[in-house]
Design a protein around this ligand. Structure first.
Ligand SMILES: [Mn+2]
Length: 324
């Protein structure tokens, strides 16, 4: 029997090789990023208020992402009849340097990485780390056109300051709301107890933030939620893995029951990608020590790759052309 074309070269199964994100090329020199997407790890978790461990999130997400790197180009989705990710150039630029006990320096290093990605004209996708790493990510957009921030999270993350702490994982959305280049905010999945008190909710709403719980979103439906988000904007997407239900995402520091399932979030992101332009993404709070089956990291990797696929299928802005 003649050898099939697929049988040439290395098979390169998911468990073989080095775990960069989706087995994409590693680019060590941040002045030589030539890609549509650049992955940056932000292994910082000094901002946590309960269980730490998200510093190992980038490694766990990278390893899980190899499951989705089968060596053939793209990811065919039979429901949409689209081969996502085909021709999309992804690189992994490694991790921002983290200085133990030093939040300001560590955050500054994360901001540098995101700025390098933006300067290269690539889409930054940042792997946390706890949610405080969103603060330097948003800072890096200071010389870009305005953005509307869309957050998936159990928690509002709108604490102003407590005991002098302004850059913990309970404060990123409050810090973002202070930036003139953040023109609005949609906060999805918010529920249950968190470090944000009523004052934070009042302040968020006074700033024009749209806050929706999981149950409110189920009543509104995907279209109903999307219609509340300003159309035609540049969206920055911040995904806290604890926005998902702990039954599918136990590997996180502060789980909260009553969360999203996978397609609820993916369908909202797919709709968002069509409603405007997603210009930056972070996914935070994956803590593998609590992720005994690895399902949380797999969820994070699967969601990110499908998010990236949908962003580029809509925009066609990848240099390599999307086939559809
Ligand atoms: Mn959060």
């Amino acid at each position: 029997m003649a050898a099939h074309g697929y049988d040439n070269g290395r098979l390169n199964l998911p468990f073989v090789g080095i775990s960069t994100f989706a087995k994409s090329p590693y680019v060590e020199n941040w002045d030589q990023i030539a890609a549509d997407i650049a992955i940056l790890g932000a292994p910082f978790d000094f901002g946590t208020q309960w269980r730490s461990g998200a510093r190992f999130g980038p490694r766990s997400i990278r390893e899980a992402s190899t499951l989705f790197a089968f060596g053939h180009a793209g990811a065919y989705d039979h429901e949409d009849d689209v081969t996502y990710l085909e021709g999309v150039r992804i690189v992994d630029i490694g991790d921002a340097d983290i200085i133990h006990t030093d939040t300001i320096s560590s955050h500054a290093n994360i901001e540098i990485g995101v700025r390098k990605i933006l300067a290269a004209g690539a889409l930054p996708v940042v792997l946390g780390g706890d949610h405080s790493i969103n603060i330097p990510c948003i800072n890096a957009f200071g010389d870009q056109a305005p953005i509307h921030l869309v957050q998936f999270d159990a928690h509002l993350d709108f604490v102003d300051e407590r005991h002098g702490v302004r850059y913990g994982h309970g404060s990123p959305m409050r810090r973002a709301s202070e930036k003139p280049w953040v023109t609005g905010m949609t906060q999805l999945g918010i529920r249950n107890v968190s470090s944000t008190a009523k004052e934070g909710y009042d302040h968020a709403r006074a700033q024009g933030s749209d806050i929706l719980s999981v149950r409110q979103i189920r009543n509104l439906g995907v279209e109903g939620v999307l219609n509340r988000i300003p159309a035609g904007e540049r969206y920055y997407l911040s995904i806290d893995i604890d926005g998902f239900d702990p039954s599918i995402a136990p590997g996180t520091g502060t789980p909260s029951h009553g969360g999203f399932i996978y397609y609820e979030v993916l369908e909202l992101i797919a709709g968002l990608a069509k409603r405007g332009t997603i210009v930056g993404v972070d996914l935070v709070e994956v803590a593998p020590d609590y992720d005994h089956t690895g399902t949380t990291a797999i969820l994070a990797a699967q969601l990110l790759l499908n998010t990236i696929g949908r962003i580029f299928a809509v925009s066609g802005r990848a240099v390599g052309k999307i086939s559809r």
